[in-house]
Ligand binder design. Structure first.
Ligand SMILES: [Zn+2]
Length: 337
């Protein structure tokens, strides 16, 4: 019987000092496992003298039950403790200040681009897109810019190969749309364009918005009406507008559109070179040759086209004098919009 009492005492000593579940599992194996101390005592029961066996057996059974019960309770307690410990270490201190994430904002060019798009969409124009890596054919030839035209100069154009260029304007989208759709057409084509040029008023990549309207009876007065409405929406109702004769290969007749200088109110200043006028976009009636190349019958349809630089419009609207500021990513500049 003494061996049983010392077994129970040894168990109690060990169980009282255990502090984690791994330790508890070791004790369980040591006492209640298949080769554990209690199990071996049960196996050895037959070697106890028969007259002592009933009392020895029932005592052993009590101790066995006691050990199992104690192990179970201790396990519950240790699991509770571990959970508590985990909650303590994972506790979130909601009084700590959060990590500050600075707010971003839309780039000024994109803001102005959205504004331009909104104005034309409100006049019923739809938005079309085309590839930035463009075939020479769409960028030049189909727009009546033949091989010898100075616009094809290697100094202005990024050539990918003899027949492929980075588009130098958004005008090729016109041709691509005319090849696919029949009039009436009323589209704008906004996007990036590329020219081999960099100074205070030029960057190798910039944005243009091209416009095209084609139907059976489109006249120059439609062109004037649409562009005047646009300029008054964009620069303000009282902005003076004038159309000045010009030349583009893809339009005939062609015009440049000027607005009254917004810096000197037409009095003449450094920005407008004392003329009182600022050039904002180019336009004209679609050259019949362009219609022909796109598969439209020139005697059936008329139309107008226009194109503007988004950077230039933004510079005029916000009085910015250096185009490079848009692409230097200086937050002191960009935060102002
Ligand atoms: Zn001026």
């Amino acid at each position: 019987m003494d061996d049983l009492l010392s077994l129970k005492k040894a168990f109690l000593d060990e169980i009282s000092s255990v502090s984690d579940l791994t330790g508890l599992q070791n004790i369980r194996t040591k006492y209640s496992g298949k080769k554990g101390l209690v199990t071996s005592k049960l196996k050895a029961l037959s070697s106890i003298p028969p007259d002592e066996r009933p009392l020895y057996g029932s005592t052993l059974n009590e101790i066995k039950n006691f050990i199992e019960e104690t192990l179970k309770n201790k396990e519950i307690l240790l699991k509770e403790n571990e959970k508590e410990k985990r909650l303590q270490t994972e506790k979130i201190d909601i009084t700590l200040p959060g990590k500050f994430t600075p707010f971003g904002r839309e780039h000024p060019i994109n803001q102005v681009l959205s504004e331009i798009k909104d104005i034309f969409v409100s006049m019923g124009f739809s938005i079309e897109e085309g590839p930035e890596v463009e075939l020479d054919y769409y960028n030049f030839e189909a727009l009546n810019i033949p091989r010898h035209h100075p616009a094809r100069d290697m100094q202005d154009t990024f050539y990918v190969s003899d027949d492929v260029v980075l588009r130098t304007h958004t005008s090729p989208v016109q041709v691509r749309v005319m090849e696919k759709k029949k009039p009436p057409l009323k589209i704008i084509a906004p996007g990036k364009v590329y020219r081999c040029d960099a100074d205070i008023s030029h960057t190798p990549m910039f944005h243009q918005v091209e416009g095209l309207m084609v139907d059976t009876e489109i006249s120059f007065s439609d062109l004037k009406g649409v562009l005047e409405l646009f300029i008054h929406s964009f620069f303000g109702k009282n902005t003076p507008v004038r159309f000045r004769p010009s030349y583009f290969p893809f339009t005939e007749p062609s015009a440049e559109v000027d607005i009254g200088c917004i810096f000197c109110a037409g009095k003449g200043c450094r920005v407008c070179k004392t003329t009182g006028w600022l050039e904002v976009l180019g336009c004209g009636m679609v050259n019949p040759k362009v219609f022909e190349m796109s598969g439209y019958m020139p005697d059936e349809y008329t139309g107008f086209a226009f194109g503007m630089g988004v950077e230039r419009m933004t510079m005029l609207k916000y009085s910015i004098d250096d185009i490079r500021l848009f692409y230097e990513n200086d937050l002191r500049f960009l935060k102002q919009f």
